[in-house]
Ligand binder design. Sequence first.
Ligand code: HEC
Ligand code: HEC
Ligand code: HEC
Ligand code: HEC
Ligand code: HEC
Length: 236
Amino acid sequence: MTFRPTSAGLSSLEGKYMSAQIFKPQANGIFKIVPLIIALVAAGVVLALVGIDESPYITEVGVAKNQPVPFSHKHHVGELKIDCRYCHATVEKVAYAGYPATETCMSCHSQVWTNSPLLEPVRDSYVTGEPIAWNKIYELPDFVYFNHSIHVNKGVGCSTCHGRVDEMHLLAKNQPLYMGWCLDCHRNPEQYVRPQDQVFNMEWQPTANQAAEGARLVAEYHIRKEQLTNCYICHR
Ligand code: HEC
Ligand code: HEC
Ligand code: HEC
Ligand code: HEC
Ligand code: HEC
């Protein structure tokens, strides 16, 4: 027997499915606010992503990294007053500050704390000749060019970029390396530059006279302010 819809059959179907009121009369109102809800949710997601992007979880600001040896800048720099260049010897001469050779540690630790279990990896490295694998804390993407020596030789101090290293037990990043951060100083170097002999001084602070003093140093060091925001300076 073939199925022939009768008006009675249709209306019963209608009764069963249609008038089950999938679309209630209020539906019009709901459809009007759906785009609004979607927009709000999307905005929320965007805000959350931006929030994550700036959170310490992603930027790692203030979060100390585990290291093969719990080396303390606070002990060695803050208390023992060892100069940065004793360990980061190339910082004034080439692009990289670099890490100290194990021999540098052993110049003292063959005499002090010689049996400390904390220094086990240092002694191992000394014996095997395998360098200690420090976890890098500050790392720019490959497409950005950076050079320590040019900054250090033009009066930009370590603490301006790395913070109060002398107060950190385990070292942590003091700021993310956003392009905007580099550009802020490249636009206004006079706000940051200091006298050459203060570059390694962790305690140096700008004085009330920084504007005038900074402008004087920018001229004295021949800082080419107009060129420093050109893209090719950092992306070459
Ligand atoms: C006795 C040796 C020693 C001295 C002195 C020293 N450092 Fe270090 N520095 C290290 C070692 C080892 C590391 C790697 C372990 C770590 O990150 O703590 C390091 C790491 C760093 C890092 C993080 C580098 C990275 O991205 O991984 C910065 C920044 C730094 N030192 C700055 C300084 C400054 C500024 C001074 C002087 C005020 C200084 N250091 C003095 C040994 C030293
Ligand atoms: C100029 C001498 C000197 C050099 C160079 C030196 N240290 Fe030390 N280190 C000391 C002294 C002194 C202490 C004891 C500090 C204290 O207890 O106040 C010490 C303590 C330590 C400790 C254990 C105590 C702490 O600070 O928590 C570790 C770990 C350590 N050093 C690692 C290193 C490493 C790694 C290097 C090389 C990158 C290094 N040291 C280079 C003198 C030195
Ligand atoms: C203008 C900002 C700036 C100044 C000033 C600066 N640094 Fe750095 N430092 C950086 C950046 C950016 C990196 C990461 C470089 C990279 O990944 O190529 C870095 C990395 C490092 C590292 C890791 C090893 C390396 O060479 O990449 C050490 C150690 C370090 N800096 C020590 C120092 C010391 C010591 C001084 C002062 C003499 C100093 N820095 C001054 C910005 C700076
Ligand atoms: C606090 C100030 C300051 C900060 C922060 C800073 N710079 Fe600089 N930068 C300078 C000064 C000053 C010079 C020297 C300019 C000159 O000699 O004309 C310079 C020079 C340079 C040069 C060399 C230009 C050339 O070709 O001679 C490069 C590359 C550079 N900066 C990259 C960076 C990058 C990348 C960052 C961020 C990760 C950064 N800088 C952050 C102040 C700063
Ligand atoms: C003083 C150094 C400096 C200069 C000048 C500079 N940049 Fe950058 N740029 C950076 C750094 C540092 C990063 C990496 C930022 C990060 O990892 O978050 C970057 C990242 C970028 C990126 C990748 C996307 C992003 O934002 O992370 C682009 C695209 C870019 N730069 C374009 C430019 C252009 C175009 C110019 C010229 C108008 C320029 N940059 C000038 C330092 C610089």
